[in-house]
Design a protein around this ligand. Structure first.
Ligand code: GDP
Length: 177
């Protein structure tokens, strides 16, 4: 019987960037138009990658800004992060930098498993952040970057596959030190 590995992942970002829509699309396979709860929510899903099975526990947060204090529950026992901004909001991209800084301080580690997501890529005419800017920021952390749309099931699945892979990559790199 394959070993099922538990992975706790927190989704962080400014409000209205699509955190809940991504979590919903991933778990339920649908895009919910105009669905906007402000409370924190958790989701569970078994993800199979090759021969490995993962129990992915997702925490969808209520949204942060540059002044937010991250609770310990967003740090302790968390394996990885999906940091989400909207490509239609420069401010949401700026908030990501300060969130990353806080996570980094909280963990006291040089490398954190992170997937940086530029969401709402389907709204290209309203774009305020270019893909290259997201890519550069993720590269500066040694993290993974992708653009997505919560309307697109495949792109959304890819985000959560990538974070599981990123957690394994960072764990292996520590194991080799
Ligand atoms: P949250 O506050 O970050 O959890 O954001 P929500 O998931 O509640 O989304 C805020 C609004 O943006 C809602 O009206 C969603 O329907 C919409 N939305 C979320 N993701 C996308 C996306 O990828 N494309 C488009 N066009 N709209 C999106």
């Amino acid at each position: 019987m394959p070993l099922v590995r538990y992975r706790k992942v927190v989704i962080l970002g400014y409000r209205s960037v699509g955190k809940t829509s991504l979590a919903h699309q991933f778990v339920e396979g649908k895009f919910l138009e105009g669905y906007d709860p402000t409370v924190e929510n958790t989701y569970s899903k078994i993800v199979t990658l090759g021969k490995d099975e993962f129990h992915l526990h997702l925490v969808d947060t209520a949204g942060q800004d540059e002044y937010s204090i991250l609770p310990y529950s967003f740090i302790i026992g968390v394996h990885g992060y999906v940091l989400v901004y909207s490509v239609t909001s420069l401010h949401s991209f700026q908030v990501i930098g300060s969130l990353y800084q806080k996570l980094h301080e909280g963990h006291g580690k040089t490398r954190l498993p992170v997937v940086l997501v530029g969401n709402k890529a389907d709204l290209s005419p309203d774009r305020e952040v270019q893909a290259i800017e997201g890519k550069k920021l993720a590269e500066s952390w040694g993290a993974t970057f992708m653009e997505s749309s919560a309307r697109d099931n495949q792109l959304t699945q890819d985000i959560f596959t990538r974070i599981i892979q990123e957690i394994a990559r960072v764990e292996n790199s520590y194991g080799q030190e």
